[in-house]
Design a protein around this ligand. Structure first.
Ligand SMILES: CC(C)(COP(=O)(O)OP(=O)(O)OC[C@H]1O[C@@H](n2cnc3c(N)ncnc32)[C@H](O)[C@@H]1OP(=O)(O)O)[C@@H](O)C(=O)NCCC(=O)NCCS
Length: 342
């Protein structure tokens, strides 16, 4: 354990800590690692000050005024067997390499979990790194039996020149894509890009989420915060409508990496009574990506997600997790109950 008097072992984050934390995150982990509007401090404000609902919980340890370890829990709502449960996502857990092995991460975890319990959070969950997963598993977090799969579709055959898969694969891919053309044919008049969410968005998301045993609640306030604020990331939203009623939503994240354009489908939802909305949304996303010279569209979803068949019908293929680009390399969710029952 650190004993230096200049060391603050664990302290609840205050607004005054923002600049110290942001420079720590930027120095040690290229935080947040994706494109967003404004500065890194603006991203911190978006994540830790402007999150709707209960206040995020953050603890940090300081050494001569510099942050050396941090962990946070951002409250969110999960639907578990149809019941709304107060939950929190554990994240931004990091200890400066010069200070590892001193029990700091353990101490941050202890503090954020205790506060989460005091705040009425029933479940804490994380998408941990390998090291993070080992630490939290020792604290009683359990891995959920949900396996994530990564699907991708090549929209620009220049891709094959970049990764040199050879002319034969390119020809075979072209032939396979031709057979899948009906699955990515846009549905006229159904899908449009929007900047504001419609009044009935909560009806659609609730009906979609009712199909899952465990799912993050995407209510209007959450969606507006998560995808509608440019400081949180650069997203584009597609909405599917039938007879004036919202039947589906897709959120896209286009970005550049190593000189090539990529697009992630980060959220895809459709009213269970209108599953064809998923086809319309996926088709529109592919059309947008193709028009913008994007080389690859990808999505990372639980393999039993009800909309996976629409990705496959459009020509998406499953990829091994290690080969994915630009996203989270983690493949598991770990959860722990805080002991609280409401
Ligand atoms: C993971 C990390 C936060 C651990 O920080 P730390 O302050 O060194 O951790 P602690 O000293 O509190 O160690 C806690 C426990 O985890 C173990 N541990 C620490 N780092 C570990 C690692 N890389 N792999 C496996 N176990 C590890 C420790 O041995 C200790 O267990 P013990 O009490 O049984 O000995 C730090 O290594 C780090 O910042 N890594 C890079 C970012 C990362 O992966 N963050 C996690 C995201 S979920």
């Amino acid at each position: 354990m650190l004993t230096d008097r200049a060391t603050v072992p664990a302290d609840r984050i205050r607004i005054e800590d923002r600049e110290g934390l942001v420079s720590f995150f930027k120095d040690v982990m290229n935080w947040p690692g994706f494109e967003h509007a404004g500065s890194t401090s603006d991203y911190w404000d978006w994540k830790y000050l402007r999150k709707p609902g209960p206040k995020p919980i953050g603890y940090a340890s300081w050494h001569y005024g510099k942050a050396i370890s941090h962990a946070s829990i951002v409250p969110t709502q999960l639907m578990v067997d149809g019941r709304a449960v107060a939950a929190g996502q554990l994240g931004d857990m990091y200890t400066h390499p010069d200070h590892r092995g001193n029990g700091l991460a353990e101490s941050m975890l202890e503090r954020v979990e205790r506060q989460a319990d005091a705040d009425g959070i029933e479940i804490v969950f994380a998408f941990p790194s390998e090291a993070g997963g080992r630490i939290i598993a020792k604290r009683g977090y359990q891995e959920l039996p949900i396996s994530f799969a990564h699907y991708h579709l090549i929209t620009n055959l220049m891709f094959f020149e970049r990764v040199s898969l050879g002319p034969l694969k390119k020809a075979a891919y072209k032939a396979m894509m031709m057979t899948k053309a009906p699955g990515r044919r846009p549905i006229p008049g159904m899908v449009a890009e929007v900047t504001d969410l419609p009044d009935d968005i909560d009806d659609m998301t609730q009906r979609f989420e009712a199909q899952f045993d465990l799912v993050l609640r995407h209510d209007r306030r959450y969606l507006e915060w998560r995808y509608g604020d440019p400081h949180g990331g650069a997203f584009r939203t597609l909405l599917a409508t039938v007879d004036g009623r919202t039947v589906g939503l897709a959120v896209l994240r286009p970005y550049f990496m190593d000189g090539a354009g990529y697009m992630d489908i980060v959220d895809l939802m459709a009213d269970p009574d209108h599953p064809q909305a998923a086809r319309g949304l996926v088709a529109q996303a592919i059309e947008m990506a193709t028009a913008e010279g994007i080389v690859e569209v990808q999505s990372w979803v639980p393999s039993d997600h009800p909309l996976v068949p629409f990705l496959l019908r459009a020509g998406f293929m499953q990829r091994t997790p290690w080969a994915m680009r630009g996203g989270c390399a983690c493949s598991a969710i770990l959860v722990m109950g805080t002991g609280r029952r409401r």
